[in-house]
Write a protein that binds this ligand. Structure first.
Ligand code: HEM
Length: 223
C-alpha cells in the first residue's frame, strides 16, 4: 500500500482523494456561510453547533486540517517531480498548445489559496480556538447575544480585506477549473461521462467561489 502512494500514479490518486474531500468541505462551508445573507439567527445557531459539537470539533475538524495540509504538501511534491521530469526534454514541448493556462499554473493558484488560508485562519479560526480552548469560553455569547454573525460582519468592513478575499476566490475558481476534472481523471472515472463531468466541473468551479464572493461583498456593502 505505501509503495502505491510512493508511485507517480499513487501520488496522483492521493492528491485526487484529498481534493474530493476539500471540494465537499467547500460545499458545506458555503452552505453554512450563505445563511448569513438571509438570517443572522440561523447563521448563529449553525456556527454554534459546528463550533461546539464534539464530533465536528474533535473528529471532523482534525481530519479537515490534515486534508488541507496533505493537499498542499502533496501539491508541492508533485510540482517538484514534474519539474524534474520536464528536465528530460521531449522532441516538442509546446505547453501553450498542449495544455491550458490553468493546468500549467496550479502551483501558483494553489499558493494564492495557501496565502488566503493563512489570512483566513488569522481572521476567523485562530480567534475561535483562542476564545474556546484558551479562554475556555464555550458559550458563543457576547454582551448577551450570539457573537458569530457580529464577528463575521465586522471582518468585512475593511475594503482591503474584502479585496484580498475576492481576489483569492478568483484564484480558487481558476484552481478548481482545472482541479475538478483532473481529480476525476486521476481516479480513472471519466469514461463515458467526460462531457457531463466537464460541464459539472465548470459550474462547480464558478458557482462555489461566486457564492463566497457574494457573501464578502454583501456584508461589506450592507453593514
Ligand atoms: C466569504 C467567505 C468565507 C467566510 C465568511 C468564511 C468563514 C469562516 C469562519 C467564520 C470560520 C471559523 C469556523 C469556526 O471554527 O468556528 C472559517 C474557518 C475555515 N475556513 Fe472559511 N470562510 C470563507 C471562505 C473560505 C474558503 C474559500 C475556504 C477554502 C479555500 C475556507 C476554508 C476554511 C477552513 C479550512 C477553516 C477552518 C476549519 C473550520 O473551522 O471549519 N473558507 N471560515
Amino acid at each position: 500500500m505505501s509503495e502505491f502512494f510512493k508511485s507517480s500514479i499513487g501520488r496522483k490518486v492521493a492528491m485526487a482523494l484529498s481534493a474530493f474531500f476539500l471540494m465537499f468541505f467547500l460545499i458545506i462551508h458555503l452552505a453554512v456561510n450563505i445563511t448569513s445573507l438571509f438570517s443572522a439567527d440561523v447563521f448563529n445557531q449553525l456556527s454554534h453547533f459546528m463550533g461546539t459539537n464534539p464530533l465536528v470539533q474533535f473528529a471532523l475538524q482534525p481530519v479537515l486540517i490534515f486534508g488541507v495540509v496533505f493537499h498542499f504538501v502533496m501539491g508541492f511534491v508533485l510540482e517538484l517531480k514534474n519539474k524534474k521530469a520536464v528536465g528530460v526534454k521531449y522532441a516538442k514541448n509546446d505547453g501553450g498548445a498542449n495544455s491550458t493556462w490553468m493546468s500549467r499554473n496550479m502551483i501558483y493558484s494553489g499558493l494564492a489559496i495557501l496565502a488566503f488560508i493563512v489570512l483566513h485562519f488569522i481572521d476567523f479560526w485562530f480567534p475561535e480556538l483562542n476564545t474556546k480552548y484558551v479562554l475556555g469560553d464555550m458559550s458563543g455569547m457576547h454582551d448577551g447575544e450570539f457573537r458569530y454573525f457580529h464577528e463575521l460582519v465586522e471582518k468585512f468592513h475593511n475594503p482591503i480585506r474584502v479585496g484580498a478575499y475576492v481576489l483569492a476566490f478568483v484564484f480558487l475558481a481558476l484552481h478548481l477549473l482545472h482541479g475538478f476534472t483532473s481529480a476525476f481523471q486521476s481516479m480513472g472515472i471519466t469514461a463515458g461521462r467526460k462531457k457531463f463531468l466537464k460541464n459539472f466541473g465548470v459550474a462547480y468551479s464558478i458557482l462555489i467561489p461566486l457564492g463566497f464572493v457574494i457573501i464578502a461583498l454583501f456584508h461589506h456593502f450592507n453593514h
